[in-house]
Design a protein around this ligand. Structure first.
Ligand code: TMP
Length: 210
């Protein structure tokens, strides 16, 4: 039985997830709350190898379905071997991306059937659903500025219209499940954003501990 809380962060590349995750961890450390942090794809020995395959620019012949199945394989390994046990031990689990990224990137971005992705996501997670998902939302213009000069990986170097579909996909997903998603304007002051995220996580934790 799950007794911890499960928080995920989503958004297009360059949206500021890393900064906000680092700040949340600092808050948890200061409050003495046990947590575990994972990232997707990756987070396990097998998952990190799958990540290398997925992000390798040389793998330009990868088919969309291969891509989706590899993300799902990494997710299943991480969920079963790490996330579920950490939640069962009562920890706060933070994941840098989870199945919503497959819906946004492989579904809205690549055009794979959304119902199929939903079923695959459930299979790859044992039907685990995050308690709260923060979407950091930045414009495509801001993304361009933030990623400028960076050595882009296979997904990041995709065409602008792909990233537009992913960006719009995240917002559509948030509108469909407003009780789980919190969309935050990623251009806001980082400290203000991290305080808002912390207040939400603290409230969730208090509710669960009641
Ligand atoms: P990261 O750069 O945030 O670590 O994520 C790696 C890349 O993989 C990023 O471009 C988003 C992409 N991605 C998908 O396309 N589908 C997925 O299911 C996940 C988890 C990530």
């Amino acid at each position: 039985m799950k007794s911890g809380i499960f928080i995920t962060f989503e958004g297009i590349d360059g949206s500021g997830k890393t900064t906000q995750i680092t700040a949340l961890i600092q808050h948890l450390d200061e409050a003495g709350i046990p947590y575990q942090l994972f990232r997707e794809p990756g987070g396990t020995g097998i998952g990190e190898k799958v990540r290398d395959i997925l992000l390798d620019k040389n793998n330009d012949s990868m088919l969309s379905m291969t891509e989706l199945l590899l993300y799902s394989a990494s997710r299943y390994q991480l969920t079963k071997s790490q996330i579920i046990p950490a939640l069962e031990s009562g920890k706060v689990v933070i994941c840098d991306r989870f199945y919503d990224s497959s819906t946004a990137y492989q579904g809205y971005g690549r055009g794979i059937d959304l119902d199929f992705i939903m079923r695959l996501n459930a299979a790859a997670t044992d039907s685990l659903v995050p308690d709260k998902t923060f979407i950091l939302d930045i414009s495509l213009e801001e993304r361009h500025l933030r990623l400028d000069n960076k050595n882009l990986d296979r997904l990041e170097q995709e065409a602008l219209d792909f990233h537009k579909r992913v960006h719009d996909g995240f917002l559509k997903m948030a509108a469909i499940e407003p009780e789980r998603f919190i969309v935050l304007e990623g251009n806001r002051n980082p400290e203000e954003l991290s305080n808002e995220i912390w207040e939400t996580v603290k409230t969730l934790k208090e509710l669960i501990n009641k």
